[in-house]
Design a protein around this ligand. Structure first.
Ligand code: MN
Length: 203
């Protein structure tokens, strides 16, 4: 038996003639949709780490990378998956107060869009499937990270690494690039400018 796959918003679309109504046409909106975003936040919590977050289906699956990203294809970095974050978190920069979860200073170290380039049997694999498979292949269009990167799930954790291309480099990028992609501030400048916020409410 032929089982017809039901498209999301099928009923909505069937009831409307988008030549006549100015209501949103889901197909058109789909085409207009911007590329998904990614962020890498330098997080000076109890242990310094970098948080990689990728927009997938309206949320941001996240990984904590203790040593941060590397642009050297020979270096594979441990990435520990953490809880999904809302998309608005991608541009969060500031100080999480003492005693709160993840207390410490957060810098938007890199920000941009990405493209999913994973292909299996000649067909593009959707990002949610890549996540389930534990194999993500993306091109990053950030201010610092560019070109092809791979995230692969091992037995327990993930590995994040650069694939060789025109953007790969042996430069120790987390040490040489130390300013916010959003505000151009250093981590100390962010900590200082927000120190007044965290003192609010304290005796
Ligand atoms: Mn973190």
């Amino acid at each position: 038996m032929d089982i017809k796959k039901v498209e999301p918003l099928e009923v909505y679309t069937r009831r409307r003639n988008f030549e006549k109504t100015t209501e949103p046409d889901p197909m058109r909106v789909k085409k207009m949709q911007k590329k998904p975003v990614f962020t890498v936040q330098e997080h000076h919590a109890s242990h310094l780490h970098w948080d990689l977050r990728l927009e997938i289906d309206g949320v941001m699956p996240s990984w904590a990378i203790p040593k941060g990203p590397s642009t050297d294809p020979k270096i594979k970095r441990l990435a520990v998956q953490t809880e999904d974050h809302p998309i608005a978190y991608a541009t969060f920069e500031g100080v999480i107060p003492e005693g709160e979860y993840g207390a410490g200073t957060v810098m938007v170290w890199d920000f941009g869009t990405y493209e999913n380039i994973r292909i299996k049997d000649g067909i593009s694999v959707p990002m949610d499937q890549c996540l389930k498979d534990g194999r993500i292949e993306i091109v990053l269009h950030g201010q610092k990270l560019r070109g092809v990167f791979v995230l692969i799930k091992t037995k327990i954790n993930w590995l994040f690494f650069k694939k060789s291309d025109e953007y790969s480099s042996i430069e120790d990028i987390t040490k040489t690039q130390t300013r916010s992609a959003l505000t151009n501030r250093t981590i100390d400048e962010i900590a200082r400018s927000h120190s007044d916020d965290t003192k609010k409410g304290q005796p």
